[in-house]
Design a protein around this ligand. Sequence first.
Ligand code: 5MM
Length: 337
Amino acid sequence: MTLNETAREILADGKGILAADESTGTITKRLEAVGVESTEDTRRRFRDLLFTTKDVENSLGGVILYDETVRQDALDGTGMVDLLRRRGIVPGIKVDGGAKDLAGFPGEKVTEGLDGLRERFAEYAGLGLRFAKWRSVISVSGDLPTATAVELNAAGQARYAALAQEAGLVPIVEPESIMDGDHGIVRSAEVTEEVLAATVEALRRQRVALEGVLVKTNMVVSGYAGSDQAGPEEVADRTLEVLHRTIPAAVPGIVFLSGGQDDAQANANLDAIARRGPQPWIVSFSYARALQGRPMSVWAGAEENVASAQDAFAERLRLTGAANRGEWTADAERAGS
Ligand code: 5MM
């Protein structure tokens, strides 16, 4: 199977990707926020709960895993990777080593993790993983990002993507422009465009085959601390404008992260984008928080809550799937929450 075929398989029939690849530090924060101690076992139980939810394969074509999960067994004794494969879900792996402070550039980050990556990819390919993910983090303000941060992160994405393709895995290239500031949507569009353009240019220079790449990006939204919040119609227009300007049609698919938007907002925006009709690429979702937040709080670590947490996860998938087809409504979201 070619990389392009794998990418299309993941996003076939309106399916999207679950990002269940939180590093131990990140999932620990999320578990502790709902009163659950983070241990290897609680992390395994929560991810088992997600992956064994009924009919999950109808909405998810791929799941991004963290290294720890790849080496764990589900509660029925099946390896987590095999469990997903048996359900017809393509297993993937986050391979970046996290975004670290960029020396000399206060407030900016650079993603680490290239050392030894060729060898790690060889192992992951042997373990049955078929796609990968690398996230870079771009700070946004009136002055940031600097050209240096944009270029270094783009170069990292390109080197990672080339190694992924060499090993036969589809790289998800995820340059996230962070929307935490008080900037308006125009600034958000400007930075997202600069970052995506630089990333695609770096991929070309690194001889990465665009046909075998998936792009994961933020939606173009107003900075969360801003007084003026753009609605879904403007988000859809500006997001698609930026994507049309930067992402070649050779790229098979673009998936959106939820980025800390609340569940309903992420889906309202995804729905508005989907309602714009067919695009040169498949457009879909790759959410972590907007799919997992609700089931995690329903679960709260208690065995007796597993069934209701799975219902909550199925409901999040149903609503996000509807948004991905342009069939979402605020009423359905309210009824489901
Ligand atoms: C931006 O984060 C990605 C998408 O998640 P959201 O939908 O919540 O925005 C997500 O895949 C993220 O990269 C992982 O959760 C891993 O995070 P860390 O920081 O632990 O590598």
